[in-house]
Design a protein around this ligand. Structure first.
Ligand SMILES: Cc1ncc(COP(=O)(O)O)c(C=O)c1O
Length: 359
């Protein structure tokens, strides 16, 4: 029997054809026209003025901080439940991480749990699995406290709050295109913004701080975080069927929810699928350990993945006191189920039947 992976990229013959055509075209593989096209297509989909595609979501977060001149002597608010890249980029920039607990219903930052300091310059709002809290309140909180709002929307491509795309509400929205995301280019990330100044700063930072592309005059210290056209060719094809990709993610979530909701050892977080595009179906275990559940499924040829541990439990962020109740409680009980866009209904039904048998 085949093994059902927790996630795998969804690629079609369209990507194969587009990549072969591109490779035969004599192009250089490096960032050029195809990347411009990919950026323009993302901008159109997001409804923002500017998009910069970068080598990863992590790099996109880092350059967003640098573009805002955040560094040594500053601090940035980060949720205690997120992928480790979020706090790491704050440390890369030389700033201090202020962790805050998350809401139980969304796993996103709980505004009531934030302890701001005098040197706090920004808030990184992470829309975990396409969910978000009240973004009007988040934006107002940042405005009232003079904080920059960076949206880490790496898990929220296509998701919305109140009809507005997540990633377009803060000054900058950050996305990731790794294979488990809604669209993938292998590695890759993007910053979307309506702010011309931030856009231009990020464009320079990614290209050695050149005054203009191709001109070897440098007005600052930059990096080489340029993308490749080879990857953009894949991204362009993935975006062409974005509506299908989104609908399939929602359908998978619905099928799991219908099939598993009655079980007493699993709990679903609220998800409004009109707004949320779950990158993976997530569930919270009750009276069952993550290890027992994941191992049981693996023995039955089903891949699953444990939630990230709460940030404060990771060595570089270890804190002696533990005030992060929601993250500390939910992170060790959360699991992602197989959620690839290419899964057929029979596969999902098999996973559901297997989990029912576990009970
Ligand atoms: C919330 C969040 N932030 C940042 C990242 C980092 O993105 P990347 O892996 O593209 O560097 C991820 C990746 O999964 C993520 O989920």
């Amino acid at each position: 029997m085949k093994f059902i992976n927790q996630i795998e990229p969804y690629l079609t013959e369209h990507e194969v054809a587009a990549v072969s055509e591109y490779l035969r075209s004599g192009s250089w593989l490096t960032e050029y026209k195809k990347t411009e096209e990919f950026e323009a297509n993302i901008a159109e989909f997001m409804g923002t003025k500017y998009v910069v595609v970068l080598t990863s979501g992590t790099v996109a977060l880092y350059l967003a901080l640098l573009a805002l001149d955040i560094g040594a002597g500053d601090s940035v608010v980060v949720p205690d439940y997120t992928m480790i890249a979020t706090p790491n980029t704050v440390r890369w920039a030389g700033a201090e991480v202020i962790l805050a607990d998350v809401e139980r219903e969304t796993l996103c930052l709980d505004l009531d749990k934030i302890q701001l300091r005098e040197n706090t310059k920004a808030l990184m709002y992470v829309s975990i699995n396409g969910r978000s809290g009240d973004m009007a309140r988040v934006a107002e909180f940042c405005r009232a406290n003079n904080l920059h709002l960076i949206e880490d929307a790496c898990q929220a491509f296509g998701s919305k709050w109140d009809g507005r795309k997540l990633g377009t509400i803060g000054e900058m929205g950050i996305f990731s295109f790794t294979p488990h995301k809604i669209i993938t280019t292998g590695q890759g990330g993007a910053v979307v913004t309506d702010n011309l100044e931030l856009y231009e700063k990020i464009k320079k930072l990614k290209d050695f701080h050149r005054t203009q592309p191709g001109v070897d005059i440098h007005t600052g210290i930059g990096y080489n975080f340029k993308f490749t056209d080879l990857q953009s060719v894949v991204g362009i094809e993935q975006l062409k069927i974005i509506e299908h990709r989104i609908e399939r993610k929602k359908a998978i979530y619905n099928m799991y929810q219908d099939g598993l909701s009655g079980l007493d050892f699993v709990e679903f977080l609220p998800a409004n699928l009109d707004q949320t595009v779950p990158w993976c179906t997530d569930l919270i275990l009750k009276d069952v350990t993550q290890d027992d559940f994941v191992t049981f499924l693996k023995d039955k040829n089903v891949g699953s993945r444990r939630f990230y541990p709460a940030v404060h439990t990771q060595e570089p962020y270890a804190q002696s006191q533990d005030p992060f109740e929601a993250a500390a409680d939910l992170a060790p009980r959360g699991v992602w189920l197989p959620s690839s866009i290419g899964l057929v209904d029979e596969d999902i039904q098999y996973v559901i039947d297997t989990i029912q048998y576990f009970g």
